[in-house]
Design a protein around this ligand. Sequence first.
Ligand code: ATP
Ligand code: MG
Length: 328
Amino acid sequence: MNISQYLPKILFVGGKGGVGKSTTSSAIAVALSSGQNAKKVLLVSTDPAHNLGDIFDVDLTNSVSKINENLSVVEIDSSLEAKAYVDHVAQNMRGFVGAASYARIDDYFAKVADSSSTLEAALFERLTTILTKEANEYDHIIIDTAPTGHTLRLFFMPKELKDWSKTLLSMQERGGISEKVLGHLDGGDKNRFSDPDGFIRGQLIEKLDERYTRYSAFSNLVKDPRKCGIILVLNASKLAIAETQRAIQSLDKKGLKPYAIVLNKVLPDNSTDDFLTSRITQEAEYVAQSDKAFNHYRYVKMPLFKQDIISQESLELFGKGILENINN
Ligand SMILES: Nc1ncnc2c1ncn2[C@@H]1O[C@H](COP(=O)(O)OP(=O)(O)OP(=O)(O)O)[C@@H](O)[C@H]1O
Ligand SMILES: [Mg+2]
């Protein structure tokens, strides 16, 4: 059976904390990239508390690392991305002010680089670059995300940022923003602003234009179920079911549906142990609730394994188990 036949090229994996998102995304990536029909796969972590390196037992960085011939992994480091971007802007700004203002500029941008919205924007910047510009190198890209709210924000970010880039772009094209944004920094060489079609404006327009095109491409990608899907992982618990239902409602408001739901860590029902039997009885109620709520989506139940799923064999087994059932 070809497990990747109908699978969208890009899969986001989201869900409540600890339910098995990193395991599910790693396992899917391993299953797709191994065996006879092996695909080229990139596994991306957007969770600031990365743990793909722990799963694969390698030191991962902000650059793409090859685990083997078919599988590559990257843990996006938002603070590194934000710092590089902000340093670049600060450097550009230095060209327009006197040396007396350098310290103020550096201080301001150091604060900007640490703010949560800058970190999120920097993460988004890198992710959209991977998904739109580097995607041709891979058959599949699997994205392991931080708990639910964060995943959904990534999904819904394009519209806000697209609108914002468009506004900036039209302001630039009308020729108003450089003076407004930069002109308040005193001690600068104001003559540099005398040419409205000057070098910097040209560069800014180019950058904004590239960003607008990239966000638009990402936004179209997210809306196309043949190319991109979201897998929501949950466990059989009241809180995880409620969180999954809320995530589905949020997606629904945007006209989107999850690609699939994975009910993970389901206890085996053949235990003779008293303690486990009692847990299984309680869990059965939540499994039934989950079945009722989600089985009209692609819905897969995965058992609790005896051990953590970190070996290549158990990841492949787990990943194949999900993909074979998703395609049923
Ligand atoms: N079906 C399973 N059977 C046994 N262990 C599992 C199963 N699924 C996940 N685990 C284990 O549960 C732990 C948590 O899983 P994982 O790190 O994938 O969750 P997560 O949703 O990514 O967590 P976080 O929200 O912290 O990122 C790991 O030790 C993992 O090996
Ligand atoms: Mg995780």
